[in-house]
Write a protein that binds this ligand. Structure first.
Ligand SMILES: Cc1cc2nc3c(=O)[nH]c(=O)nc-3n(C[C@H](O)[C@H](O)[C@H](O)COP(=O)(O)OP(=O)(O)OC[C@H]3O[C@@H](n4cnc5c(N)ncnc54)[C@H](O)[C@@H]3O)c2cc1C
Length: 373
C-alpha cells in the first residue's frame, strides 16, 4: 500500500487546519496540494516507469475519501487531477506523466462549456488546423483549479472526424487562454472552479490525446469511471466526517436542567442512526463498484453509473441531517458542519449531474444508448 501514515500526517497537519480558511476566503488549498504532490500522492496512479506509484483506482478513491473528510475543496482538486491523469495514461502522454511522477504537475478537466452546459458529451468549442498548429477556441464554463493547474485535459469538436469529441492537452500559460472571473461558490469554495476561455490558443497535433474523434470513447473508458467513483468517494468522506462530528457534538453537549447529553435524546439518536446507515450504504456501494471494476465483473459499468447518483443524494441528506441533529450550533461556523452542508450540494450539479446519471442508469437498464447526440 502507499504510505498511509504520511498521508494522514499531511491531512492532519496541513489539509485539516487550513480547511476553514480555504472555505472562508475561497482560497485555493495550495499548501495541501503541494504537500500531497511532494509526498507522491498526486502521482499515485502514474505508472511506476514514469516515477509514479502504479496504484489503481481503489487507492485513488481511498485518498480522495480521506482528504475529503478534512477538506472538500482539496479532495475535489485531487479527484479532478486523478481523472485527468487517467486520460494522460490511457493516451500515452508520457512527458506529462513524468512531470506528475516528479510531483511537479497538477492537471484538471476542462469539459463543461457555456454552450452545452452540463451536457459534457457535446462540446461546441472548436479545433482547426492552421499551418503546423491546431487552434482552439472555447468558452469553458467550469474548470477546477483553473488558475492553479499546470494543464487541462480539454474537449473540443473534432478536427475532421464525424464524431462528437476530440481531447487535447492544453498547458496553462498558453497564449489566448482567458480567465473571466473568480470562483465564489456556495460550497467547495477553495476549488478555483472558474470559467476559462480560449481565443486562438495554439497547440500542436501531438497535443491531441488519442485519435481525432475518439474523445468520447476515451471519456467513457477513462474519465467517467474515474470521476464517478472518485466523486462518490469524496461524498463518502464527507458523510463519514460529518457523522463523526455529529456524534462528538451529541455526546459532548449537555442539557444541564435535565443532567443529560444531547445523545440521550431519542430524536437525536434516530437522526444519527439514519446518517450512519446512509453513509455505510454508500461506502459499501462504492467499495463494491471498485471490486467490480478491478475484477472486470459484468455489472461494473452499471455500478459505476450508480455510485455518484447514490452518493450525491446521500451526502446531501446526511449533511442536512447533521444540521438538524446539531441544531443552532451547526448553523454557526465553528463546528464546521455548515461548511460540509454547503460542500455536499456540489456533487449533484457536477456533470454527469444526478439527473443525467439517473437517466444513464435507466438507459443502461433498458438497452438504450447512454446519451443522445
Ligand atoms: C464545484 C464544481 C466544480 C466543477 N468543476 C468542473 C471541472 O473541473 N471541469 C468541468 O468540465 N466541469 C466542472 N464543473 C461543471 C459541472 O460538471 C457541470 O457542467 C455544471 O455544474 C453544470 O451546471 P449548469 O448550470 O451548466 O447545468 P445545466 O446544464 O444548465 O443544467 C441545469 C439543471 O438541469 C438538469 N438538466 C440539464 N439537462 C437535462 C436533461 N437533458 N435531462 C434532465 N436534467 C437535465 C441538470 O441536471 C441540472 O440540474 C464543476 C461544477 C461545480 C459545481
Amino acid at each position: 500500500m502507499y504510505d498511509q501514515e504520511l498521508l494522514q500526517k499531511i491531512i492532519s497537519e496541513t489539509v485539516a487546519p487550513d480547511a476553514g480558511r480555504v472555505d472562508h476566503e475561497g482560497a485555493f488549498p495550495r499548501a495541501g496540494i503541494d504537500a500531497l504532490a511532494a509526498a507522491g500522492v498526486l502521482a499515485l496512479t502514474v505508472p511506476t516507469e514514469f516515477g509514479g506509484g502504479g496504484f489503481g483506482m481503489a487507492a485513488a478513491a481511498d485518498v480522495v475519501r480521506q482528504v475529503s473528510a478534512a477538506c472538500g475543496s482539496t479532495a475535489m482538486v485531487v479527484a479532478m487531477h486523478f481523472s485527468a491523469t487517467a486520460v494522460l495514461a490511457a493516451t500515452g502522454r508520457n512527458d506529462v506523466l513524468r512531470e506528475i511522477g516528479r510531483g511537479q504537475h497538477l492537471t484538471s478537466l476542462a469539459f463543461s462549456e457555456t454552450g452545452s452546459r452540463s451536457h459534457f458529451w457535446a462540446p461546441v468549442s472548436t479545433a482547426r488546423v492552421d499551418g503546423e498548429d491546431v487552434v482552439l477556441d472555447a468558452r469553458k464554463s467550469w474548470v477546477t483549479a483553473a488558475h492553479e493547474a499546470d494543464s487541462y485535459v480539454w474537449s473540443s469538436r473534432p478536427l475532421q472526424a464525424d464524431e462528437q469529441m476530440t481531447l487535447w492537452l492544453v498547458r496553462t500559460g498558453s497564449e489566448g487562454l482567458g480567465y473571466p472571473g473568480q470562483f465564489d461558490g456556495l460550497g467547495l469554495r477553495g476549488n478555483d472552479s472558474c470559467p476559462v476561455t480560449a481565443d486562438g490558443v495554439r497547440v500542436t497535433p501531438a497535443d491531441m490525446l488519442g485519435a481525432d474523434g475518439a474523445g468520447m470513447d476515451i471519456a467513457l473508458a477513462a474519465v467517467l469511471p474515474s470521476f464517478l467513483v472518485l466523486n462518490a468517494s469524496a461524498s463518502v468522506g464527507l458523510m463519514q466526517s460529518v457523522t463523526r462530528q455529529t456524534v462528538a457534538h451529541l455526546v459532548g453537549t449537555r442539557l444541564e436542567h435535565l443532567d443529560q447529553t444531547l445523545a440521550q435524546q431519542l430524536p437525536a439518536r434516530v437522526t444519527l442512526a439514519t446518517m450512519q446507515i446512509q453513509t455505510d450504504r454508500t461506502r459499501t456501494l462504492v467499495e463494491d463498484a471498485l471490486v467490480a471494476l478491478e475484477s472486470g465483473r459484468e455489472d461494473a459499468p452499471l455500478l459505476v453509473l450508480e455510485v455518484k447518483a447514490a452518493a450525491d443524494d446521500s451526502a446531501a441528506l446526511v449533511a442536512d441531517l447533521a444540521m438538524a441533529a446539531c441544531g443552532g450550533a451547526a448553523f454557526r461556523k465553528e463546528l464546521g458542519i455548515e461548511r460540509r452542508f454547503r460542500d455536499s450540494r456540489a456533487a449533484r450539479v457536477m456533470a454527469p449531474t444526478t439527473d443525467a446519471l439517473l437517466d444513464f442508469v435507466g438507459r443502461a437498464l433498458t438497452g438504450l444508448p447512454l446519451m443522445d447526440a
